[in-house]
Design a protein around this ligand. Structure first.
Ligand code: DAH
Length: 344
């Protein structure tokens, strides 16, 4: 075969390869084309191997041309591959089905303490109580003096409260709201006040430097201990369950006279187990303090203590939640572990 014929054959081959590339429209036909023409055992390779059998004067032209063809086929193949990728992406985009369910989005919910505060407010609302809020950073008057705790009172010991300055305190109880509400309105008063309180306590299973209380205050003409006991007993039965009994133990608080501590019956052992981990065999769990508002407190806010009487109470919210849901450690409520919080 002459040089001319050999080159013509090459051109023929070139044309056919390009034509087949254009026709390679099936999903894997591009790859098949590549193997057939550019693969290590492909046709371009085979033509190159023929080079050594050609007469020396034909070699340069043939060699040059087959190299050019190889380069062009490689280039065209890359272009075709690029076009194919574009087509596939567009197809994928077009096939997006908006009726299919999407990836689920995690939906949060209220913390169990917030849920409990709302539940407490709702139960007391049925008894005519509204919700009041007061500051967590408080002055001495509202947290101590007006609550019948003069400067010498042991509860004012700096070891029992976080002092911000000598006269500004991070409140250790919600009782300051009693004073703020009474200063801002005349009787009758019927409020509860939930909120955060702070104490310099070492953190353990039942103590935290921050926890929540709910304060209650009812002042009107003729309010008596009967109202106090009835309302709190009613509340406990609605919140904890109707089988729950309450008891009032004499106690002392500076701002109430007489004062009591409120206990509810132990749900775990009903007093039958000496080693009960919840009530320690007493059959009762302490909920908080209460009492009849001390006349000194009514006078401090300018109320007529001859005309009005009132009751007040303060319960620990974490303690209520732990009792109701059998939570053994207060820290679980503050660690923000969603595996725990999701349960409520
Ligand atoms: N403030 C008290 C405490 O934190 C709880 C308390 C007791 C609140 C008696 C009251 C009350 O309103 O009347 O220990």
């Amino acid at each position: 075969m002459s040089n001319i014929e050999n080159i013509e054959r090459l051109e023929e081959f070139h044309k056919q390869a390009l034509e087949e590339l254009r026709e390679a429209v099936q999903p894997d036909s591009l790859e098949q084309w590549r193997i057939r023409y550019l693969g290590s055992h492909g046709e371009v390779k085979a033509l190159m191997q023929r080079l050594k059998d050609l007469p020396p004067d034909e070699k340069p032209a043939f060699g040059k041309r087959i190299n050019e063809i190889k380069q062009e086929l490689t280039r065209e193949f890359q272009k075709a591959k690029g076009r194919r990728a574009d087509v596939e992406t567009t197809a994928r985009k077009k096939s997006f089905d908006m009726t299919l369910p999407g990836a689920p989005v995690a939906i949060g919910h209220k913390h169990i303490i917030t849920q409990t505060i709302e539940e407490i407010a709702e139960i007391f609302a049925r008894m005519g109580f509204t919700v009041a809020y007061g500051p967590e950073v408080e002055d001495e008057w509202h947290i101590f003096d007006a609550l019948n705790m003069p400067a010498s009172h042991p509860a004012r010991d700096p070891l029992d409260s976080f002092y911000i300055t000598e006269t500004v305190i991070l409140r250790s109880e919600t009782s300051n709201v009693q004073i703020r509400v009474m200063e801002s309105q005349d009787p009758p008063v019927r409020i509860i006040s939930p909120g955060r309180v702070y104490r310099p306590d070492t953190v353990d299973a039942t103590h935290s430097f921050m926890f929540h209380q709910v304060e209650g205050l009812y002042v009107d003409e003729g309010v008596s201990m009967v109202d106090l006991k009835t309302h709190l007993d009613q509340f406990c039965k609605v919140y904890f369950g109707h089988e729950v009994a309450t008891r009032f133990r004499p106690h002392f608080f500076p701002f109430t006279e007489p004062s009591a501590e409120v206990d509810i019956s132990c749900h775990l052992c009903a007093g039958d187990r000496e080693d009960c981990p919840i009530c320690k065999g007493t059959g009762w769990i302490e909920l908080g303090g209460c009492g009849m508002v001390d006349p000194n407190v009514l006078e401090a806010v300018g109320y007529d203590a001859e005309k009005y009487t009132g009751y007040a109470f303060g319960f620990g919210i974490e303690r209520m939640v732990m009792r109701k849901y059998n939570i053994p450690d207060i820290r679980l409520l503050f660690e923000n572990d969603v595996r725990f919080l999701r349960q409520f």
